[in-house]
Design a protein around this ligand. Structure first.
Ligand code: F6R
Length: 604
């Protein structure tokens, strides 16, 4: 959601670096793009609605520049348009902004009284005018920035150019991500490390309330009073991690990376030297309840976790949509653990939810993919998912990495149980775990079959997913995956709930994907599948080789290998991801950047 890139350097490649960086951030989602650069000490601004390529075509790259800031905008205040696109310039101040200035209406009224006029509907133009006013008043950009921080409410990462000092690039941050890339004779700002990885893997993370003055040779970071010494970090991955590596789409690459991600996580979290006990896992057995806060697919992973932790760990688990959790009456206390799940670690609602849990005195744990992200920095304990950078907007490998960690947590709880049945059920866990990457690969290598199934359903307008228990949680993720990238309306339903209303939507030929992987409730779900089949549904039945049944209650059967119940979701999700991918491809959708969506949702 909104991408910021900035450059200052002796090498005078500002336009190229900024456009390259914006392209690297395309995955965050946007609907307009713009750049401001200095041209013989004068700021030139170019902006376009739509893709970065529209902007790029109009830029003269032959004329070199030593400083630039660029932006991809995901519309919040005002439609996607050239006027609303960033950068915004007001007299000597030019800015790009990610986040929301919550008190911009009041500020705008004040600024209008002072004679300012506005051409856009954005809060950013107001922020720019405010900075200009403060700069004129204080005659010092550092003091103006400090005052700006006091007067504004909300969230922001802002890159700033000041006409009077085009040898410096300024940046401020509060509740929106911003890093500073560090290199020889040139430095950068960016919303995320992939934006600068073509040039450097060294970076500094800016904390809330800090601001930076960046020159080609130095980075000075200040908190409200003093200069602070910042650690220069090194990005763990490589440029390969953010390239497509021969795949047509990032989503296809990321789906196929799942066996390797699983192997890596097993290596990190399973300690084979000490009786194969899960290592690095916090002991959760003393908590009376667990609450999981997350959004979208991360919340769906939480639902898998709820099923597994309740069944194998005997601890009650609530899964809360983070945006709902923030504004409701809470019944959590110091005996509750609150777990935030997030790929980006920047999702605004999840971040605020976990801060609220902390204020209530709860212990907090984060399951996060991005190292050093905002969520990872506010919790008491972090478990990293190690999925590597995920570029496709629709999550696949990060979702299964989150599910993997929750399965490991459930296993570590079950290991301490006195229940003989449970202990016997998990006795083969480590064996099953070793086989899992091979079983995952087998499913992925059967892609042709899932493509054929996708051909079968691509022309439909509505699809239903039904299942019970953990299969229902998988239905929710399968349904989201399909609708977000193919734009086909899709609903996930608890199989037993269908006849309380929704079954009236089933007509001749309506595709229904029925998931049956849990032995305890398999027959019940099959009865529900029969109910839709007898009303004309076109049934795709997904089951394990152990539970597989023949009969006239389905049209297509997908049989996946059986594994330990704690790991089964990691296999079941794969056909659902592949079918969604091929349906979207058949419908010529923009698979990696579905319309209106953003990868990192930094506004509430
Ligand atoms: C769907 C998807 C989203 C994210 C959600 C939370 O494919 O990717 O639903 O899961 O926006 O994002 P994170 O995990 O970054 O907090």
């Amino acid at each position: 959601m909104c991408g910021i890139v900035g450059y200052i350097g002796k090498n005078k490649r500002a336009k190229n670096v900024v456009i390259n960086g914006l392209e690297r951030l395309e995955y965050r989602g946007y609907d307009s793009a713009g750049i401001a650069f200095s041209n013989d000490n004068e700021i030139v601004i170019q902006k376009e609605e739509g893709r970065i390529s529209n902007l790029k075509n109009n830029i003269d790259f032959n004329k070199k520049s030593n400083i630039a800031i660029g932006h991809t905008r995901w519309a919040t205040h005002g439609v996607p348009s050239k006027d609303n696109a960033h950068p915004h310039k007001c007299n000597k101040i030019t800015i790009v902004h990610n986040g929301i200035i919550e008190n911009y209406i009041e500020l705008k009224e004040e600024l209008k009284k002072l004679g300012y006029t506005f051409n856009s509907e954005t809060d950013t133009e107001v922020a720019c005018a405010l900075l200009d006013y403060l700069y004129k008043d204080k005659k010092n950009i550092n003091l103006a920035i400090k005052e700006f921080q006091k007067l504004t409410k909300g969230s922001y990462a802002i890159g700033i150019l000041c006409d009077d000092d085009l040898d410096s690039l300024y940046a401020i941050k509060k509740n929106s991500p911003l890093i500073i890339g560090v290199n020889d004779n040139e430095n950068y700002i960016a919303s995320d490390v992939p934006a600068i990885l073509d040039f450097t893997n060294k970076y500094i993370t800016l904390e809330d309330g800090e601001f930076a003055k960046i020159t080609p040779y130095n980075v000075h970071v200040y908190d409200s009073f003093d200069e602070v010494v910042k650690e220069i970090k090194q990005f763990e991955g490589s440029i390969e991690d953010i390239n497509k590596n021969g795949y047509e789409h990032y989503m296809a690459k990321e789906i196929n990376e799942q066996p390797e991600v699983f192997k890596k996580m097993a290596t990190i979290y399973i300690d084979s030297s000490s009786d194969n006990i899960i290592s690095n896992m916090p002991d959760l057995s003393n908590y009376k309840s667990i609450t999981i806060v997350a959004c979208g697919s991360a919340m769906h992973a939480g639902l898998i976790g709820k099923n597994l932790i309740e069944e194998y760990g005997d601890i009650p688990v609530n899964v809360e949509i983070a945006s709902e959790f923030r504004y409701k009456k809470l019944f959590i206390n110091k005996d509750s653990l609150v777990i935030a799940i997030s790929q980006s670690g920047e999702t605004a609602d999840t971040l605020e939810a976990i801060k609220i849990a902390k204020e209530k005195g709860c212990d907090t744990l984060a399951i996060v993919n991005v190292n050093g992200s905002s969520i990872s920095r506010v919790v008491s304990k972090v478990l990293y998912t190690k999925a590597g950078p995920e570029i496709a907007v629709a999550t696949t490998k990060a979702y299964s990495a989150q599910t993997t960690l929750l399965s490991f947590i459930a296993y570590s709880l079950a290991k301490n149980s006195n229940d003989k049945n449970k202990l016997s059920e998990i006795s083969s866990f480590l064996n099953d775990l070793n086989k899992l990457p091979i079983q995952m690969r087998e499913i992925l290598d059967n892609e042709k079959y899932y493509k054929e199934i996708a051909d079968h359903i691509s022309k439909n307008n509505d699809i239903f997913f039904i299942g019970r228990g953990i299969d229902y949680a998988l239905c929710m993720e399968g349904s989201l995956k399909l609708k977000e990238i193919s734009y086909i309306h899709s609903e996930a339903y608890a199989a037993g709930e269908l006849k309380h209303g929704t079954i009236s939507l089933i007509d001749k030929g309506t595709p229904v994907i029925g998931i049956v992987t849990d032995k305890k409730i398999a027959d019940k779900t099959i009865s529900n599948i029969k109910e839709v089949k007898s009303r004309g549904a076109n049934v795709i039945y997904i089951t394990t080789d152990e539970l597989s049944k023949n009969g006239d209650f389905y049209d297509i059967k997908i049989t996946i290998p059986k594994t330990n119940a704690l790991l089964q979701p990691l296999l079941t999700i794969l056909p659902l991801q592949l079918i969604s991918y091929h349906v979207a491809k058949n419908r010529n959708c923009d698979i990696d950047k579905p319309k209106n969506l953003a990868k990192s949702v930094t506004v509430e």
